[in-house]
Design a protein around this ligand. Structure first.
Ligand code: NAD
Ligand code: ZN
Ligand code: ZN
Length: 368
């Protein structure tokens, strides 16, 4: 049985996303079909459309969604029709040395399951029957998606699906960068560059971890207001071409213990490194174009034991971290309600992307 429904597509480089009716095949062995309830709009979706993250069109966008399972493929015993799930944009083979070693975000099979299921065929077609790729093993900005069971995580049915969706990327990426990648200790000083969906979650992760100083940096003033809601103790409005390092060093008593780049800019990543002090760690979360470089003073790394580290999907283990994030939400310790500035219908998707580009929302969410 094929499922017919609307989806948000990347058809042409640098052109607005389009909403089309698509056909989604029934699940094959090890796969499930999910009827989506909501999907967050992440900057990485936009980065595919503008070529920053090179993925070939035509592509069904979306990698931050939640919904209900409507069909299970052969051999699937872990999931049943009616289960609620959150999408996971990291394909995990489960057996490579990184999966087996507890670091599935580094799974060596990921590249094979980036825009199609791992074996290379496709479950998704346009109305003319032409195959469509799926964004990072997901393609969940759609009413239906058939994905590998490695790309979904079962969640508690008591959790509202529009809030749960955010755990599929922004929350786990931001909070995970703090908890898992950096392992921020209580009393630390933290600087966060970029207060979008990812940066705001980095800020709230730092607050939960007990950081003492949390400086939020953004180029859009309204983002700094959101940052305060999520736990920033200080804010800095960055003007184009301005170097904030001196000011940040002053705010953090000589340099931060941790700085997080949540924008996706090579030069700003270097600024994050400069903003940390002795023994500090700069964590790069934003994804820049492949041509961008990070430049740092070599001796500073030695004499000051500074660290420059990347963070992929908050160094998470989805089946451990998704329930952990949602548990914190249910306990009133993690803010999800406040993250959703605006809900859009699927037909309003082009507007949702434009609003993200102009920095309007903490997070925009498409509800189906
Ligand atoms: P977003 O568009 O919601 O937020 C980006 C924020 O950065 C905006 O508030 C914007 O005003 C601000 N900004 C832009 N230029 C700036 C500058 N020079 N200095 C300070 N702030 C600036 O984006 P998002 O969804 O939060 O994603 C942020 C980045 O993280 C993107 O590059 C995205 O691709 C990446 N990302 C990485 C991972 C990962 O696994 N590492 C996961 C998700 C997203
Ligand atoms: Zn994302
Ligand atoms: Zn693997």
């Amino acid at each position: 049985m094929a499922h017919k429904g609307k989806a948000v597509l990347f058809r042409e480089l640098n052109k607005p996303v389009v909403v089309e009716e698509i056909l989604v095949d029934s699940p094959k062995r090890g796969e499930v079909t999910v009827k989506m309830a909501a999907c967050g709009v992440c900057h990485s979706d936009l980065s595919a459309v503008n070529g920053t993250i090179p993925l070939p069109p035509p592509l069904v966008l979306g990698h931050e969604a939640a919904g209900e399972i409507v069909e299970v493929g052969e051999g699937v015993t872990e999931f049943a029709v009616g289960d609620h799930v959150v999408s996971n944009f990291i394909y995990m083979c489960g057996t490579c040395r990184f999966c087996a070693g507890g670091r599935p975000v580094l799974c060596v099979e990921q590249g094979k399951a980036l825009v199609t299921p791992r074996e290379g065929t496709t479950r998704t077609h346009d109305s003319a029957g032409k195959p469509l790729g799926i964004f990072s093993g997901c393609g969940v900005m759609a009413e239906y998606a058939t994905v590998s069971m490695a790309n979904v995580v079962k969640i508690d049915k008591a959790i509202p699906l529009d809030r749960a969706a955010l755990v599929g990327c922004a929350v786990t990426t931001g909070v995970g960068a703090v908890f898992n990648t950096a392992r921020v200790e209580p009393g630390s000083s933290v600087v966060v560059f970029g207060c979008g969906g990812v940066g705001l979650n980095t800020i709230q992760g730092a607050a939960i971890a007990g950081a003492q100083i949390i400086v939020a940096v953004d180029t859009v003033e309204s983002k700094l207001v959101y940052a305060k809601t999520f736990g920033a103790t200080h804010t800095l409005l960055l003007k184009p071409g301005e170097d904030p390092v001196k000011e940040l060093k002053k705010m953090t008593g000589g340099g931060a213990d941790y700085a997080f780049e949540c924008v996706g800019n090579g030069e700003l990543s270097g600024t994050a490194y400069k903003a940390i002090g002795r023994g500090g760690k700069a964590v790069i979360v934003g994804v820049a174009r492949g041509s961008e470089m990070i430049s740092v003073k070599q001796p500073s790394m030695v004499f000051e034991e500074k660290t420059l580290q990347g963070s992929m999907f908050g160094s998470c283990v989805p089946r451990v971290d998704f329930p952990r994030m949602l548990g914190l939400y249910m306990a009133g310790r993690l803010k999800l309600d406040e993250l959703i500035t605006r809900r859009y219908s699927i037909d309003e998707a082009p507007q949702a992307f434009a609003d993200m580009q102009s920095g309007k929302n903490a997070r925009g969410v498409i509800v189906f």
